[in-house]
Write a protein that binds this ligand. Structure first.
Ligand SMILES: C[S@@+](CC[C@H](N)C(=O)[O-])C[C@H]1O[C@@H](n2cnc3c(N)ncnc32)[C@H](O)[C@@H]1O
Length: 274
């Protein structure tokens, strides 16, 4: 499904839902506030029209970047742009900036470097080791794109958004009866080798998927609608069916793999609770 009039996220993000926002929108009900416990690149936030938003993620670097953009707007965009030069697009500079990012405690600099790394690293992959060190290698792009318009668009939209660095279980505790909830957790792996759970140190395991489905089921009994995205596998179907959801299945072309042969359509599902 192509989105003709959609706002593009300014970050490359594994599992980003930019291409699916029309489909997701059709499932989301009415409410005052949209809550996204797994906001990632914020594709759904950017392409919905709620009065307020609560946007959360466990990735502190991601949330800090959003907070700087939200509070500073164009000034911050111009600052980030200074890192996107021809001189900075080589292996030596990339690894120097990556080291600086990992060592820095200066939030504004770290946020600008996070954007630089996102656009210059291999495949836009946001990968940390077990110590929380960002370790994605250099991406070798001839001219990394600086997403100025996308950032400004995000800034304008973010006036009614609250960004928090929190685990989904903490975000869910803040949900009230006028909310609608869209959950896009790290995918269950499709095979033993494919692992999409390394978005941030910590990962997300099967117990977390069960806990999320339980929460969704409980919220639905209180009249709060929850929509969850995931891979369409026998285990996810069984999990959401048992928890009382209705489901829509469809295929989507995945762009996370750098190998074109592996970009086969994979099954996705949307589980709707309530
Ligand atoms: C599939 S991505 C979300 C993609 C997003 N919908 C988009 O369009 O870009 C999953 C997100 O969940 C976050 N995450 C992982 N574990 C989490 C947890 N326990 N609680 C909240 N967020 C978590 C990751 O940092 C990642 O950004």
């Amino acid at each position: 499904m192509n989105n003709l009039h959609t706002s593009k996220p300014f970050l490359k993000w594994p599992g980003g839902k930019y291409r699916l926002t029309n489909r997701i929108n059709k499932k989301l009900g009415q409410g005052k506030r949209l809550v996204e416990p797994f906001v990632g690149s914020a594709a759904v936030f950017l392409n919905t029209d709620y009065q307020d938003y609560l946007l959360a993620d466990t990735n502190q670097d991601l949330i800090n970047l959003y907070l700087h953009l939200q509070s500073e707007g164009l000034v911050f965009v111009e600052y980030c742009k200074t890192f996107f030069t021809k001189k900075n697009n080589n292996e030596g500079k990339y690894y120097k900036f990556r080291e600086e990012f990992n060592a820095s405690t200066e939030s504004r600099l770290k946020s600008a470097l996070f954007l630089y790394l996102n656009r210059h690293c291999y495949n836009g992959l946001c990968r940390y080791n077990s110590k929380g060190i960002f370790n994605t290698p250099f991406g070798r792009y001839s001219r990394p794109y600086f997403p100025q318009n996308e950032m400004l668009n995000f800034f304008h939209k973010a006036k009614n958004a609250e960004f928090i660095c929190a685990s989904f279980s903490d975000t869910i505790r803040r949900i009230t009866k006028h909310d609608v909830v869209y959950c896009d957790p790290p995918y269950v792996p499709l095979s033993k080798t494919a692992n999409f759970t390394d978005y941030s140190a910590g990962g997300f395991n099967w117990k977390d998927q069960i806990a999320l489905a339980d929460w969704a089921s409980r919220l639905a009994t209180k009249g709060i609608q929850v929509v969850i995205s995931n891979h369409n596998t026998p285990t996810t179907r069984e999990l959401y069916l048992k928890a009382g959801a209705t489901m829509e299945n469809f295929k989507v072309r995945r762009t996370i793999s750098c190998n074109p042969d592996k970009r086969n359509p994979v099954g996705e599902l949307l589980a709707v609770f309530g």
